[in-house]
Design a protein around this ligand. Structure first.
Ligand SMILES: *Cc1c(COP(=O)(O)O)cnc(C)c1O
Length: 415
């Protein structure tokens, strides 16, 4: 097996140092260790001269160091945005109340009638729905190409029309990995912006901007918040582009609540510690499952059997905390296996302290028939295990006990 890329120090300090010390708006009044939650809907001015001083900067350009009204900004939010930008090696970042809010705002802000998006087929289902329904109504077309088919991706680009090439890495649920150098080059050559959803990787394992990708987005609900207790989303990139998104956010009205921002910032401090633990534990779990006779197949980029293993090793400093696998058996044998587990909670989502498990055939695709699900690549016996921070040995013991009780492979699958 190849070893992952060493942790990058290219942009200064390590991920844990940046996560703890980045950003932080220091409170000079109360000497607070942590960033204060500035719970205010508006901001006051001492006198009219201060109002004019602020407006001069706002209208004619200048570094703004305060806010006027909370829809336009909040110091608790700035601090989080700075910290995330630091971690991504980005000039700036903008935080939203959810991951979906981040991606929909970006598209609404940048795209207009006649423009076109190319995205890969295992992108987050709601993002795809937004493009194919809402954006379509505004005259924006979307082409969906098979993840990993680079020729199809290139062929789908419409010169002067394609504004965005959008993919995720690693993807859900098969953990496919995109070739970022190639993607960035493709974008530049076609004057299309590249957007990468790296929710599953986090900047601890992958920093797409280092490869020349234009925008990186995350559902901060997952690893950034890290405790299954808050929703948020973020986009990071070049300062000018992020400023345009912040201006648009002031109009769209989807600024994140300061308490939400505080929770994400608090979670972020332990991001690198959690993710490095999860990288290690997930690899152990994946290796265990791959050896087990009652498991048909394991999808994890850290395994040599994964189609993108080499690419993952070249780009990532860890393979992440999500392991997908196929139980030898049908939809019922698979759900019985899940129901016998003691540690993971049955729930959608990922990236928190608690392990979560789900059967995609039920969770994200219940509205489709078994055949329709197969057509979009979702098998009935597929399981997605999103590791929390529990000890790998305990997780493996739990899996082992449930598999022990599962019907023998031959009995379920006589063919
Ligand atoms: C959860 C998720 C989203 C959506 O984020 P929310 O915070 O739930 O709105 C987008 N992309 C990926 C990869 C996700 O896992």
């Amino acid at each position: 097996m190849k070893t992952p890329k060493p942790h990058s120090k290219e942009s200064g300090k390590g991920a844990s140092t940046k996560a703890v010390h980045g950003g932080a708006v220091r409170d000079k009044g109360f000497h607070s260790m942590t960033t204060p939650i500035v719970q205010s809907a508006t901001y006051t001015f001492e006198n009219t001269a201060k109002v004019i001083e602020f407006l001069e900067k706002k209208v004619y350009g200048g570094e703004l160091d305060r806010e006027e009204y909370a829809r336009y900004g909040n110091p608790s939010v700035w601090s989080l945005e700075r910290r995330i930008a630091d971690l991504e090696g980005a000039e700036d970042a903008v935080v939203y109340p959810s991951g979906m809010s981040a991606v929909t705002s970006l598209f609404l802000t940048v795209l207009g009638p006649g423009s076109h998006i190319v995205m890969t087929d295992d992108c987050y289902r709601r993002t795809r729905q937004f493009c194919e329904t809402t954006l379509n109504k505004f005259g924006v077309d979307t082409s969906i190409v098979t993840m990993g088919d680079n020729e199809a991706l290139e062929a789908a680009i419409v010169p002067r029309k394609t504004r965005f090439i959008f993919t995720e890495t690693p993807t859900n649920p098969y953990l496919r990995v995109a070739d970022l150098e190639r993607l960035a080059e493709l974008g530049r050559r076609n004057r299309a912006m590249t957007l990468l959803d790296t929710t599953f990787a986090t900047p601890v394992n992958l920093r797409p901007l280092e490869y020349g990708i234009d925008f990186v987005m995350h559902s901060a609900t997952k690893y950034f918040g890290g405790h299954n207790d808050v929703l948020a989303g973020v986009i990071a990139g070049a300062a000018g582009r992020i400023k345009a998104l912040k201006d648009a956010r002031g109009i769209l009205g989807n600024i994140v609540d300061p308490h939400q921002a505080f929770l994400v910032e608090r979670g972020l401090k332990t991001l690198a510690v959690r993710v490095r633990h999860q990288n290690k534990a997930a690899l152990q779990v994946a290796e265990y499952l791959e050896r087990h006779p009652k498991i048909e197949r394991v999808h994890y980029p850290g395994l040599q059997s994964h189609p993108d293993h080499k690419l993952a090793c070249a780009q990532m400093s860890g393979f992440g905390g999500v392991v997908s696998f196929e139980v030898a058996g049908d939809i019922k044998a698979t759900s019985d296996f899940i129901d016998r587990l003691r540690i993971p909670y049955i729930a959608p989502s990922l990236g928190g302290t608690e392990s979560l498990i789900e059967q995609p055939a039920y969770f994200s695709y219940y509205d489709l028939s078994s055949d329709e699900r197969l057509a979009v690549g979702i098998k009935d016996n597929l399981v997605r295990f999103a590791l929390g921070i529990e000890d790998a040995e305990d997780i493996i013991e739990d899996l082992d006990a449930s598999l022990e009780q599962a019907p023998a492979r031959a009995a379920v699958n006589p063919a």
